[in-house]
Write a protein that binds this ligand. Sequence first.
Ligand code: M6R
Length: 352
Amino acid sequence: GKSGYDHYMLKEIHEQPTAIRKCLRERVNELEGTVTVEELADLECDGPVQFVACGTSYHAALYGAKMLQERGIPAQCFLASEYDVGKIPITEETLVVGVTQSGETADTMSALRAANRVGATTLALTNVVGSSAARECDHVMYIRAGPEIGVAATKTFASQQVALAMLSSVLSEESSMEFVKRLRDLPDQIQKVLDEANAREVAEEYDGSDAYFFIGRGYNAPVALEGALKMKEISYEHAEGFAAGELKHGPLALVTDQTPVFAMLAGDSNLSKTLGNVKEVEARDAPVVAVTDSPEEVGQFADHVLEVPDAGPRFTPILANIQLQLVSYWVANQMGRSIDKPRNLAKSVTVE
Ligand code: M6R
């Protein structure tokens, strides 16, 4: 059941500390500062990595690819529906990672099958034991989020992010005390966000807006995309997410005093640049909601602040995403939407 929550989505948002604890269990060693993923013991990878995924899982892949790149591993992301092994460089050295919560998404499955046919190594990053992706790939890593009933992916996105962080460490054979400690601290930090969240007030403030925009840079860029997807999926309102730097290459034309802009300023290592983008939207009178671990620095540029703890550049965006999940939930709730089963959507998309 819903354990007293009005919707599965809200329940699953609140399950995130537990989901992340399960995802990390017996995989991180805080005393030694190491990461070991048992399922991947015989995975060998010296080549480039290609991620294939759809929707929210694609956003997790974008985030994961950045972590691989930071560790010196060439990584690319493909929307599974656009993946064409006939047109891209792929060899037996390539590791193709399918990021798929259900393990049944048709587009992702055909991309993985195509990769198998050309002899690449395949890895499924999935939540569902025994799913098609788990069965058909050479390797599987489970995200261990537990069943997710709400069509909107919430806890599974956070679990994918954490699993991808561990995968980046396994593939690069790099870890550190600090990295492992940051991972171990996440469940408590997520709990703090959930306990102190003022997202509902912010959602109430911007009811009836023309559109919602989400911007972020670096690790925050995929979170901006995910924030917008969640908003449109459950509130049916127009929402768009983009890399902060893209703002002045087009989207700025849409910004008015009726379009709140959610600025992800969470562990941003280029904070002053992103603040520059925030000033651009402010000059067009757009309301600004800063999602940040640095309220002292950014508060003066924002109409509202959604605060998150500092989890470092890699992981603070995971916390920022929790705030965005809550904002979308409360906007959709206020509008009386069918939150757990949004119109026109299915939990598992089994047709191409
Ligand atoms: O099961 P998968 O992760 O392969 O599903 C992919 C998408 O259909 C899924 O993430 C979808 O975008 C979510 N409903 C978004 O909340």
